[in-house]
Design a protein around this ligand. Structure first.
Ligand SMILES: [Zn+2]
Length: 107
């Protein structure tokens, strides 16, 4: 068994798991429900993790995850509000300044 991916955002973990599932790479999630249940531990100690059942899948899984991260980096670019010109982080669907919708224009 081998840890292949970890992230403090469980949504990312599910996406990576789905990606590996789609390619028939045996995997499972560890610490899935750890966040929020522990309190005292630092986030590093309780990050959800994706593990490979068999480390022989490692090269293929690494490659898929690298491609996934690349695609994500493009999607996660900040965007500029056309209404007020404010730059917003990618995870905001609405402009935090004026409340306009993200029209998809990247900065
Ligand atoms: Zn705005």
């Amino acid at each position: 068994m081998e840890k292949i991916y970890w992230h403090n955002d469980r949504f990312m973990i599910y996406q990576v798991k789905q990606l590996l599932d789609d390619h028939q790479i045996p995997n499972f999630i560890k610490n899935e429900f750890a966040i929020g249940a522990t309190g005292e531990l630092s986030p590093m100690d309780i990050m959800p993790e994706v593990w490979l059942t068999d480390s022989e899948w490692r090269p293929k899984a690494k490659k898929l995850i690298a491609e996934f991260d690349q695609r994500r980096a493009i999607i996660a670019s900040p965007w500029k509000c056309v209404k007020c010109g404010e730059t917003n982080e990618a995870n905001f669907g609405l402009c935090w300044q004026c409340g306009s919708h993200n029209n998809g224009e990247l900065t």
